[in-house]
Each structure stands twice: as structure tokens, then as C-alpha cells.
Design a binder for this molecule. Structure first.
Ligand SMILES: [Zn+2]
Length: 108
């Protein structure tokens, strides 16, 4: 997902469009325990308070969204680091498998 709009001015059409895309993404990925609210990533709430979709929209349009919030982990997006760790684990497992096979050969 393109998040370059995070760095655009709050009055730019790119920023407005990006905010709308964020709202739709966050809304469709919100955990059921939050009900009809999502965490507000504006510069004042900093993902600490769940608010209604409309309130979040007003906050990020009028106060601004956190510009460092490029990975929406509070809104259903996976952390890239987790994926990397999984890949490394899979590689290590492959190595173990080969090691076990070599040991079996020695027994025969
Ligand atoms: Zn807010």
C-alpha cells in the first residue's frame, strides 16, 4: 500500500485521499472487540484511544495523522519484522532436516 501521502501537507488532495483509504482499511480490519471504533492515529491520540470512524476522520484530517505511522500494526497490518523472523525460522528448520538425514545415513 502506498503511504507516501503520510508526508504530504494536510491540505493536499493526496493527504485527503490517503486518509480515506486508511479509514476504509482500518475499518475493515478492526478487531471485533473494538466494536464500532478504531484506534485514532492522530498526533494527539497516538493510537491510545478507540474512537468512532467519523471522529478518527476528523482528527486525522484536522489535527494530522502521525507521520511516522507507516506500518498500520494497530489497524490490521502485519509487522514486516514478524515476516522476516518466520523466513529465518524456516531456513533453520531446513538445515536441521538435512542434518538429521545425514545422521540416519551414518547409522545405516
Ligand atoms: Zn485522534
Amino acid at each position: 500500500m502506498d503511504k507516501s501521502w503520510l508526508q504530504k501537507g494536510r491540505c493536499s488532495p493526496e493527504y485527503f485521499q490517503g486518509c480515506m483509504e486508511f479509514l476504509e482499511f482500518a475499518w475493515s480490519h478492526r478487531p471485533s472487540k473494538l466494536g464500532d471504533t478504531i484506534y485514532c492515529p492522530c498526533i494527539n491520540c497516538i493510537n491510545r484511544f478507540p474512537l468512532s470512524k467519523n471522529e478518527v476522520k476528523e482528527h486525522i484530517l484536522e489535527q494530522g495523522i502521525l507521520r511516522t505511522y507507516t506500518r498500520w500494526t494497530k489497524h490490521g497490518e502485519a509487522e514486516e519484522d514478524v515476516i522476516n523472523i518466520r523466513d529465518e525460522t524456516r531456513n533453520v528448520n531446513n538445515g536441521d532436516g538435512m542434518h538429521i538425514m545425514l545422521q540416519d545415513d551414518e547409522h545405516i
